[in-house]
Design a protein around this ligand. Structure first.
Ligand SMILES: Nc1ncnc2c1ncn2[C@@H]1O[C@H](COP(=O)(O)OP(=O)(O)O)[C@@H](O)[C@H]1O
Ligand SMILES: [Mg+2]
Length: 263
């Protein structure tokens, strides 16, 4: 057993008076796909950003593969929530992917032919080879998301952290992204993704981390993705009928609203 890809202890993050993440413990299992789920404003994005040092933490320890984040940065790839980045100056798709190589090459290092081939392969893996010389700003949101995933692939990381990678993408892109994530997992890499579509959790993920400011549950989908934990985290904010759809066979979901008439 090696070190956990990510271990968080007692993490509290606050933007103002009240914390956005409070006293969170999390242990990410190696070589698995873990979904971070919870209602809007639950602190999911904040948790990822705090792990990466993008937002400061009030308290808490973070270990990446058994060491401080600073020593392990090269082993983490991060795909932020699809940003409304204004690509004002011309940047080609392939340039964006090559940015993923800078940590290996160094900013003043030169990209070799081999590096360029790697970038091309990563673009191919997300089905975007035909767009290599297009301006990133001219692509649809879903296409941009694929390119950012290709950049993360170019990094060759061991832990992939993604913030709602499927938000606002079409079905073809969603399929392309999940296929890439599953192939990363098959290579033994660890995936941690904020995920908003509860209906695809059992299909896509091995494990879940349920949070609403504080952790609600963590474990395999069978252990931690239950009516109980979802109700705890989402309260009345679950779409009507969703629990019945997710847990059709459970007695609680199947129970009649009124006692059956004696026949
Ligand atoms: N930069 C920020 N400044 C102030 N408050 C923020 C900032 N980012 C997030 N928040 C607040 O922190 C809480 C958690 O936000 P976030 O982590 O984005 O939640 P989630 O990703 O689960 O929807 C929310 O109440 C949000 O409004
Ligand atoms: Mg978010």
């Amino acid at each position: 057993m090696g070190d956990a890809p990510l271990r968080v202890r007692g993490l509290t993050v606050s933007y103002g008076a009240s914390p956005a993440v409070f006293s969170a413990d999390m242990t990410v299992a190696p070589g698995a796909m873990t979904a971070i789920i919870g209602p809007n404003g639950a602190g999911k994005s904040t948790l990822l950003k705090a792990v990466l040092g993008i937002v400061p933490r009030v308290s808490g320890q973070i270990e990446v593969f058994g060491a401080a984040l600073e020593r392990q940065r090269a082993r983490i790839a991060y795909v932020p929530q699809r940003a409304s980045v204004d690509w004002d100056f011309p940047t080609r798709v392939i340039d964006v992917v090559e940015m993923g190589l800078y940590r290996r090459v160094g900013l003043i290092g030169r990209l070799t032919r081999q590096h360029r081939a790697t970038a091309g392969d990563c673009l191919a893996r997300v089905g975007m080879s035909d767009f290599a010389t297009r301006q990133i700003g001219q692509l649809s949101g879903g296409q941009q998301q694929r390119v950012f995933l290709a950049r993360a692939l170019a990094q060759g990381a061991d832990l992939y952290m993604l913030d709602e990678p499927f938000a606002g993408v079409d079905a073809a892109t969603e399929k392309a992204i999940i296929d890439v994530l599953k192939s990363l997992k098959d290579e033994g890499r660890t995936i941690l993704a904020v995920h908003h579509d509860l209906s695809t959790v059992p299909d896509y993920f091995d494990r879940v981390f349920v949070i609403n400011k504080s952790p609600v549950a963590e474990g395999t989908v069978a252990q931690a993705f239950t009516q109980d934990t979802l109700q705890q985290a989402y309260g009345g904010r679950l779409a009507t009928g969703l629990l019945d759809q997710l847990f059709p066979a459970t007695p609680a979901a199947a129970a009649p609203a009124f006692p059956a008439r004696p026949s």
